[in-house]
Structures are given as structure tokens and as C-alpha cells.
Write a new protein. Sequence first.
Length: 396
Amino acid sequence: MRFFWRWPWVATALAVPALANAQVTVNDEATPASVVARPRSTITLSAGTPGATQHSSGGLVPEFHTVNTGDTLWDISGYYFENPWYWPRVWARNPQITNPHWIFPGDQVRLLLASEVSVATPAASMVQTPTGLRVTRGAPRYPRGTVFLRESAWATAEEITTSGSITGAPEDNMLLSEGDQAYVEFPRRAPNVGESYTIYSSAQATAASDRDSGRVVRVLGTLVVDAWDGRRHIATVRITESLEPIERGERVAVIQRQFLPVPPVPNDRDLTAHVVAMPTPRVIVGSNFVVIIDRGSQDGLRLGNRLFLTQRGDPWRQSVAGYSRGIRIQEIDRDGDGRIDHAPDAESFRDNEDLPVEVAGELIVVAVHPRTAVCLVTLSSRELEIGAPVVMRRGY
């Protein structure tokens, strides 16, 4: 009878990666000065383990719980609050979970409200329960404004040149996923044991630039190097994250996907650049998105430099250029004399080059490469697309 009443309410975490729509996540949570670490927990629940909810966290409830394969809101509530029927309240604190029956590995489930989180932070530790439940406490708290790239990222030309490829695996599996072991060949670099690498595919060249500055790549997962055979140039690796099924032949490189907030610094030069790529599956973006510009450390860019997104001309005239010919856009009585006035032709207005330049947004440099830079759009009053011009002014 207990089985009948329990399982209709179980929110099951599927053993497949979540395909989130958001490409960029900005952590905008305030960090008190006295807090140096966030009381997070990462739990692995053995799916279907009898009596899994009979054990508790010992009264230590973190602010967030990271979902792993097999986790349910029922079991999570039973572990932390010693009451599995607490799950509706946990669900109410997570409006991003539209269906309590569907949570996915990697999701962050809020357990406590911000006002309920204690300033005291437990030391990092690993707890092993009798049912095989593993708890990691004391993971670092990311600073406010930290940016994460999930499904796509930016790989420089140097990173692509020194990348490796998955050549095999010891298991008889066609597709690889989190937890699997594999072999990676690095013909042009010697990795260090413990290094993390991004697994990627579908590199897309930049646009609106005359430089071979890098590629936008689709992220498939993450792996860690466990051993290195320098004679064969083969590394034994362990896949720690899989966003999609991973096949042999996929590329592996060190790709930055996390960008910490940086303070602004005064610009020491004037510079003109263009947006050449966007690591996000969108044609246009706005504030809080990441873009790539075609200037880097070789051009004098530094972390914290700020650039302006500029525009010139009449956007409405540009949008209807060539369309108004032969079509009456709008005919109204503009001067009140009782007669219809025809809309003026686009040719009767001044050229765009004669109109002043307007500032339409601001960017800050969060990562610098030799020929490119990664920027966060901090302010935007209009949409931003590939090819958009940006300028840096000395002294700002």
C-alpha cells in the first residue's frame, strides 16, 4: 500500500542530460562579505534503494542540492528534512521546475530560502551513508556576476590546434557518457594528470572578420585526465559530464566556459572592433549575453576594458530601405490641411554617414586571447548581432 501512494508523487530524475534553453547563466546572487563558501551538497541516490529515505542529513540543510541520476523530490525531502512529504514545499521554492515528476541531473534544487541560509559555512567534506548515498559539502560559492556557458563555447585557434580526439574506450559501448573511461590522443600537447578538458564538436568559423581567430563549438561534455602515456601520446580519461551522447572521434580541448566578474579598468587607448561570434544559438542578443570581438591582447586589450556598442543612421529607414519603393507605407494628413500627405521617400533623407553616432550599449572584457576577447554585454538598448561595431575610448 505504501508503494501505491508513494510513486505517483515521485519526481524522477532521468538518466539523460537536461537540454536547457538557456545558453548563458549569470549568477546574480549577493555574497555577504563574511561568507567564503556556499553550503551546497551533491548527492547521488541509488535509484529504487529500499529505505533510502530512512537516513537524514543530520540537520545540515544546504541552500541548494545538485540533482544526480535517480534523485527524486521525494527522496531529497526525506534525506534533508526527514519527511518525504515535504516535497511540495521544496517544489514551491523552485518555480523553474514546471513538473515535479521531471528533474534532471545537473539541476539546482533550492532547499532553503535566502533568508534561511546561515552565514556559517561547513568545511568541505564527503559523507558516505549506509545506503550508498554520497554527500559532498562545502563547495565554493561563485561570486556574484559569474557567467557560465553550457551548450556552446568559444575556442580560440590555438586551443583548436592543440586539441586531441577520443580514439577509443575500454568498454564495449558505441556511445559514451558520464562515468565512462576513454582514451584521448594528444599529438601536439602533453596534458597533466587531473586537468579538465571540454569535449566538443561542430566548430563554426567566425563571421565579419578577416582573422582566423577561433570557432564557436558545441559542448558535449567534460573529462578529466587520469593517466598520460608520453610515448604513445595517449591519455586515459574519465568523463565527468555528458550533455549529449559522446562518440569516438569527438574533439577535446581546454576551453574556458566559466568567466568570473572583473572590475572595470581605465582604457589606455582608442580601439575599434566588431562582434564576430556569439556562443549562443541566437541570431540577436542583448544584456547579460556573451559575445566575441575580433581584438585581443595583441591589440592592447585588457581584462576590465569597457567598449561601446554604437549605431549610426535611422534604424527605421534602414529597415524599410528598398521596401517602400512602389508601396505606400502610410498616407495621413500630417499638417492638418485636410489633404493626404504622402510619406517621403528614403532617398530624400540624409545619408547614414552624415548622421551622428549614438551609443546603444556597453560591453566589458571578461577574458582576453591573443587575437580575440570574450565580452559580457552589461547594457543594451537595442539588439546586438554579428558584425555590430564596438569602440573603446581612451580614459573611460
